[in-house]
Design a protein. Structure first.
Length: 440
């Protein structure tokens, strides 16, 4: 079979798409974020509100992207939207950031954290954890060489498995918790509650991040005009409910000061309180499966950006990067390159820091894409859209304000990271013009 006749396979149904949305959002954050959000907000009431408002801001973003995605059901997600809305350069820069740093760093961070959990669970020497992290990235990437049907099946299985400990936490907290989930206040109260509440919402937004990655698979979704927006809206609604109920159950079981004291270990301590030491082990398995599924979702979706850019001949070695396995219809070379970068990051740098550095520019592209809804409607206000964002124009305005809140917060809290991320984006400009000159 000639390579030019090989196409991505449209085999992802609604259940697989839902599992991708839920699975790529719910990683480790749900198990570890309650204490930090509570510490920022200083009361369980405000903490629950922070999770709720963070979910609403994310849902408005998802609804806005759903309208755009239903009109551009192609592989590439954010890169494709920026390319179609604002031209080649902006599309290239949005993709460049994701494939060179942000995407590999997210995968590397998940691999590194998975290795730490496996080391704690099995007790092998900590000196091996970086290599175990690399091995996990390599194995998941190799698995995604197979047809996306296999990756989708793994995503469904891991999503179901990760929901078991989540529902166990919710059910136990609701039925047996004897604390007041609403109204508890930390002993040490800050005088800048309003400002800290904003930081608490920001912390939840990072826990909700990852939902847009399903859009990278637009060219592989069956009936994407219907399934893509439905998966985003339903998936984010489910995640919002899960996050609020898990936090409520933890607050109902443990005193607020105890949660703050245990910090990231609050939820594992909850599991031991509820189910004994065996419960802690079971929860650890749940977190491992959760991160495994999250990593699989990232490995499935991130290389599709590189593939889409290579198909447009925007990258060095585009012909190789756009290669699809003629049998499995998967972008094997792009998967390999992303996995190689991620593996190198695990061994040499702090991938968590790299993902933090890239947040600013990623949200810059989010804001521009959200404005694209107004741009598309102005171009043809009478067009029949497969999906229309409800409560227009309020919904996209809220999404824009939420993204702007993240940008302003990043400017004040991590100016050096902002400058570094902008430099990374600027490094892509000469490559873009070099490739454009080659085409001419």
């Amino acid at each position: 079979m000639k390579q030019e006749n090989v196409r991505l396979e449209r085999s992802i149904n609604l259940y697989s798409a839902l599992a991708l949305v839920i699975g790529t959002v719910i990683g480790s954050g749900i198990f570890f974020k309650q204490a930090s959000v509570l510490s920022y907000s200083h009361s369980t009431t405000l903490a629950l509100l922070a999770w709720f408002f963070g979910g609403i801001l994310t849902l408005t973003s998802g609804l806005t992207i759903a309208e755009i995605g239903s009109q551009m059901p192609e592989t590439g997600g954010l890169y494709t939207y920026m390319h179609n809305l604002y031209g080649k350069l902006w599309g290239f820069l949005s993709g460049w950031m994701q494939i060179t740093v942000y995407g590999p760093a997210v995968i590397a961070a998940l691999g590194a954290y998975l290795a730490i959990l496996l080391q704690a669970f099995f007790g092998f020497s900590a000196t091996y954890t970086p290599y175990v992290g690399v091995l996990s990235v390599v194995l998941i990437s190799a698995f995604n060489f197979l047809s996306n049907r296999f990756g989708s099946a793994l995503q469904i299985i891991t999503t179901i498995c990760k929901l078991v400990p989540i529902f166990a936490i919710i059910i136990f907290g609701l039925m047996f918790g004897d604390q007041n989930a609403v109204g508890q206040v930390l002993a040490e109260q800050s005088t800048t509650v309003a400002g800290n509440f904003g930081v608490a919402i920001l912390a939840t937004l990072f826990a909700y991040d990852g939902w847009i990655l399903i859009a990278n698979m637009g060219g592989e979704i069956k009936n994407p005009q219907r399934i893509l927006p439905l998966a985003i809206v339903l998936g984010l609604s489910i995640v919002l409910l899960i996050y609020v109920f898990v936090s409520y159950s933890v607050f109902k079981t443990m005193p607020a000061d105890m949660i703050a004291h245990y910090g990231e270990n609050a939820t594992p301590h909850f599991a031991e309180m509820a189910f004994g030491k065996l419960g802690g082990k079971i929860l650890n398995i749940g977190i491992i499966i959760s991160i495994l599924g999250c990593m699989n979702g990232k490995v499935m979706t991130m290389p599709r950006i590189m593939y889409a850019m290579a198909k447009n001949n925007e990258l060095p070695f585009s012909k190789q990067l756009a290669y699809l396995n003629p049998t499995m219809h998967t972008p094997m070379v792009s998967i390999t390159v992303i996995a190689t970068i991620a593996s190198g990051m695990i061994l040499t740098v702090d991938p968590d820091r790299l993902t933090e550095i890239c947040i600013f520019t990623v949200y810059c592209f989010y804001v521009m894409t959200f404005f694209g809804v107004f741009k598309l409607r102005r171009q043809d206000s009478q067009a029949k859209r497969p999906f229309s964002v409800p409560l227009y124009p309020l919904t996209p305005i809220v999404a824009i304000l939420g993204a702007a809140f993240v940008l302003v917060s990043e400017l004040f809290s991590d100016l050096s990271g902002v400058l570094i991320s902008l430099m990374i984006v600027l490094c892509g400009i000469p490559i873009f013009y070099y490739k454009e000159k080659q085409k001419k």
